[in-house]
Design a protein around this ligand. Structure first.
Ligand code: NDP
Length: 452
């Protein structure tokens, strides 16, 4: 069986790759298990050196990987270059981690007590189609740095850059079996990783529904699990904000990657007294978005990933609610125009459910307390933004918002050096930054009696 990989901007097949099943998944786990003792035993500086070489090897192929990601994901080439750049940065950041994976010494009676951060073993990684290689690198790099070996199952819609990485890793000097990729259905290969007795942990990014299933399945073998799931993040704009900047930056905080971003600020909460002015500014910004061929320099938004995703997104939009609609190409490809819905109540379906497409909702609020209540009235808690010139208010609201990643006067969520992850049903565990290493290691405590 082959997987037909589509190019979303043309709806044409761009590649065919062999489809893995249970047998291939088991074989990949066996290779990772065999490679584990030597990889784990490698002196920390040597593991770091190999990760640095992998970063360099990816950097040398950056343009080709970016073109592949742009075509297969339907994402603007500029964004794809940024993502592969982040992959390089992620491997470089964690190349320094093996030598910094220190434990503690703890004062006790009769001896010395020390802790070690031990690797887990073979780690299963299940990743989505929205940022294929970038999200994979957020898992692979800390997992390898801590001494684990990995089996990655990329989304069937976007397996190409992951398969490239599997080829690049040994070329860069990583021992065979340290990085393994199985491209096959989640319900088969992903499920097998969840059930497999030789897989110590599963790290997953994707929908909350599948995340729930993975957590339940992992209970059978007491696997460690980290989950990075959906979001319905709030972009809170107070009347005292720089409205020009807030409105100029709000569209791409939802429409970036055609809205297929778990951090999308898809609920734009605007203080009543600033609403009219904000909507005027927002309209101009949305209409200026360049939607088109992902490979054309300057394109800001491409198509959705699939026809299925377009149908899901369309189900949230009724024409009577559309306040602003941008442009999108006609013809083949899974296009959907940037769309702003207003008025919308916080409990209406488009404001409640993750749309994962270029659809924003605008929801007015009365005051600070109302803004916090609306922002938190969701099952999700991934990210959020606060726009105000009042520093104390910004910090009060940041502390009150139930989300893992907040930015003030900015809509950014991700930095390689800082922790990323959700509250509530957006998941648990943290990726990136120093924290990610905690989720790829177990703490071992060793007591050494020293009494004569
Ligand atoms: P899924 O959660 O289904 O897919 C994510 C990954 O999980 C894919 O690799 C998929 O494999 C795999 N998977 C699917 N079923 C299982 C299973 N039973 N056991 C183990 N792994 C499995 O997301 P979808 O692609 O279906 O997207 C649907 C919605 O999910 C989106 O509209 C969006 O709301 C949300 N989503 C959120 C993401 C995020 O970044 N938080 C990313 C992607 C989606 P495969 O697809 O190859 O079968």
């Amino acid at each position: 069986m082959m997987i037909e990989v589509l190019e979303p901007s043309t709806a044409q097949v761009m590649a065919e790759v062999p489809q893995a099943g249970v047998g291939e998944t088991d074989a990949a786990v066996a290779r990772a298990k065999e490679a584990y003792p030597d990889w784990r035993a490698l002196p920390a500086p040597d593991r770091g050196r190999l990760l640095r070489r992998l970063a360099n090897a990816i950097e040398e192929r950056l343009e080709n990987l970016a073109i592949l990601e742009s075509r297969n994901g339907g994402k603007p080439i500029g964004d794809a270059r940024g993502e592969i750049g982040t992959v390089v940065e992620t491997f470089r950041y964690y190349a320094s981690a093996p030598e910094r994976l220190t434990g503690k010494t703890i004062p006790v009676t009769g001896g010395v007590d020390m802790t070690f951060r031990e690797p887990l073993g073979v780690v299963g990684l299940i990743t989505p189609w929205n940022f294929p290689l970038m999200i994979a690198s957020w898992k692979i790099a800390p997992a390898l740095a801590a001494g684990n070996t990995v089996v990655l199952k990329p989304a069937e819609l976007t397996p190409l850059t992951a398969l490239e990485l599997e080829r690049i890793a040994p070329e860069a000097g990583l021992p065979e079996g340290v990085v393994n990729v199985v491209a096959g259905p989640g319900s088969v290969c992903g499920q097998r990783l969840v059930d497999h007795e030789d897989v110590a942990k599963v790290a997953f990014t994707g929908s909350t529904d599948v995340g729930r299933r993975i957590a339940a399945g992992a209970a059978g073998t007491i696997k460690r699990v980290t989950l990075e799931l959906g979001g319905k993040s709030a972009n809170v704009v107070f009347a005292d904000a720089d409205l020009g900047r807030a409105a100029a930056q709000a569209p791409m905080a939802v429409f970036g990657n055609a809205g297929q971003d778990c951090c999308a600020r898809s609920r734009i909460l605007v203080e009543n007294s600033a609403l009219d002015r904000f909507m005027e500014l927002l309209e101009a910004a949305v209409e200026a978005i360049r939607v088109g061929d992902p490979l054309e320099e300057g394109t800001q938004m491409g198509p959705l990933i699939s026809e299925g995703q377009r149908e899901i997104v369309a189900s949230f939009v009724s024409d009577s609610r559309v306040a602003i609609r941008g442009s999108a190409p006609e013809g083949p490809g899974f296009w959907f125009p940037p769309t702003v819905l207003y008025p919308v109540a916080n409990n209406d379906r488009p404001a409640r459910e993750e749309i994962f497409g270029p659809v924003a909702t605008v929801i007015p609020f009365r005051d600070e307390a109302d803004a916090i209540a609306l922002a938190n009235e969701t099952i999700y808690g991934l990210s959020g933004s606060i726009w105000t010139r009042d520093g104390a208010k910004a910090l009060r609201v940041a502390r009150a918002m139930e989300a893992g990643v907040i930015s003030v006067n900015s809509n950014t969520s991700v930095r390689v050096a800082t922790p990323f992850g959700g509250f509530k049903q957006s998941g648990y565990g943290r990726e990136l930054g120093p924290d990610a290493l905690d989720y790829y290691t177990d703490v071992k405590n060793v007591y050494y009696a020293t009494e004569a």
